[in-house]
Ligand binder design. Structure first.
Ligand code: LMR
Length: 335
C-alpha cells in the first residue's frame, strides 16, 4: 500500500472507529477524529490534565475539522501496544513515558539518566530547547513524529520498608518501566529490577511480587501506590516525562492548513501545560501526606549518597546517547 493510501485508510478507520466507540467529545462524522490514548489518571495528573487541555483546545479551535477524544487509564492501550496502534491508525496521539522508547531509539535514554536534572525547572528548560526537539526526530525512521514533550515530575522511590540510605534498597525488588537504564540504576543499588506495565504496579506492590517502585508524586498519589508501601523517599532521582507522538501517515493525511493548525495548537498547549507541573506535583505530594502517607525527606548529605551510587551508570549509556548530548543536557539543566 502506498504511503498516501495507507494514510487515507488509517484516517477512514479512525473516523469509523471514533463513531463506533463511546464518543466522549461528541465528534460528528465529518470531522477527523484524533484519539489520544494514555495510561494515567484522567485528571489531577500532569499528563491527564495536559491531554484534556489539548482536547478542549482542539475541539474549540478546530471545531468542524478535527475532534479529539481522550482515553485515559490504559482503557484503550498499554504503553507497549500503543506505539503499534499509532502505526495501524487505531489511535492518532499517544504520550508514553520516555523510558519506553528503547525499541525505537536509544537516544532518548538520555532522560533516564539518574540525577541528570536537578529540578523540574531544569528539565522544562532543556525539553523546550531545539536540542531536545532534535532528539525526538530519531523516531522518524520508525514512522513516528514527535510533536513535543509533557513533563510530569521528578521520581521518588518507595518500598515496603524505610529507605533512607542506598544500602536500605539492597536485596529488594523494584518495579521499573521498560528501560535498561532503570535496570542498571536499580542494580547499582544492589537490588533487582522487574519491568512491569503501569497498570500492574499496584497489584504487584500489594501482593509482594515487587517490594518497591519509583515514580512521580502524582503517579504515586493517583494510583494509590503509597497505600501499599511503607513510605516514599524524596530522592528526586530522575525525570518522568513523555514524548507526545503521532504517526507520519496520519499527519501526511491531513490537509496542509489543518496540519499546521493542529501541530501549532499541540506545541502551544504543551508549553502551557508544562508550566503547571511543579504546582500539580506539589499538590499530589501534599495529598499523599493528607491521606496518611509517609514521606521521608533527605538531607543534602543523605541525597548525595544516592547520587554517588546511581550516577556512575551514565558511563554505560554514553555510547547510545552521545557524550556531547549528555554534557549539554546536564549543563542546561543545572542553570
Ligand atoms: C510508568 O509506567 O510508571 C509511567 O510511565 C506511567 C506514566 O505514563 O506516567
Amino acid at each position: 500500500m502506498s504511503k498516501m493510501l495507507g494514510a487515507v485508510s488509517a484516517l477512514a478507520i479512525s473516523v469509523c472507529a471514533g463513531q463506533a466507540m463511546a464518543d466522549p467529545a461528541g465528534c460528528d462524522g465529518d470531522e477527523t477524529v484524533v484519539r489520544f490514548s494514555h495510561v494515567v489518571a484522567a485528571t489531577g495528573h500532569p499528563k491527564g490534565d495536559a491531554a484534556q487541555l489539548l482536547a478542549d483546545t482542539i475541539n474549540s479551535e478546530m471545531d468542524g475539522k478535527v475532534c479529539m477524544e481522550v482515553y485515559p487509564n490504559s482503557t484503550l492501550y498499554d504503553d507497549d501496544k500503543v506505539m503499534e496502534a499509532l502505526l495501524l491508525g487505531d489511535v492518532q496521539l499517544a504520550a508514553p513515558s520516555l523510558s519506553k522508547f528503547e525499541a525505537y531509539t536509544k537516544k532518548l535514554r538520555l532522560y533516564d539518566l539518574p540525577f541528570l536534572f536537578s529540578s523540574l525547572d531544569g528539565a522544562n528548560s532543556y525539553m523546550g530547547s531545539d536540542d531536545a526537539k532534535e532528539l525526538l526526530a530519531a523516531l522518524e525512521s520508525e514512522g513516528y513524529t514527535g510533536l513535543g514533550y509533557i513533563v510530569s515530575g521528578l521520581k521518588q522511590f518507595s518500598a515496603n520498608k524505610p529507605l533512607e540510605k542506598p544500602e536500605d534498597a539492597s536485596g529488594l525488588k523494584f518495579r521499573v518501566q521498560t528501560s535498561d537504564v532503570a535496570v542498571a540504576m536499580i542494580e547499582a543499588l544492589n537490588a533487582s529490577a522487574q519491568k512491569l506495565a503501569f497498570k500492574e504496579v499496584y497489584g504487584a506492590l500489594q501482593t509482594g511480587v515487587v517490594d518497591g517502585q519509583e515514580n512521580s508524586w502524582c503517579n504515586i498519589y493517583t494510583q494509590k501506590f503509597f497505600e501499599v508501601q511503607d513510605g516514599v523517599t524524596e530522592t528526586n532521582h530522575q525525570v518522568l516525562a513523555y514524548g507526545v507522538i503521532t504517526s507520519q501517515d496520519f499527519l501526511d493525511g491531513l490537509d496542509e492548513d489543518v496540519r499546521e493548525q493542529f501541530v501549532s495548537i499541540v506545541d502551544k498547549t504543551l508549553g502551557e501545560a508544562n508550566q503547571q507541573v511543579a504546582d500539580k506535583e506539589g499538590e499530589c505530594r501534599q495529598s499523599i501526606l493528607d491521606s496518611g502517607g509517609e514521606i521521608r525527606e533527605l538531607s543534602p548529605e543523605q541525597r548525595e549518597a544516592w547520587v554517588s551510587v546511581m550516577k556512575p551508570v551514565w558511563k554505560q549509556f554514553e555510547g547510545d546517547i552521545g557524550a556531547d548530548v549528555i554534557e549539554k543536557a546536564a549543563s542546561v539543566s543545572t542553570n
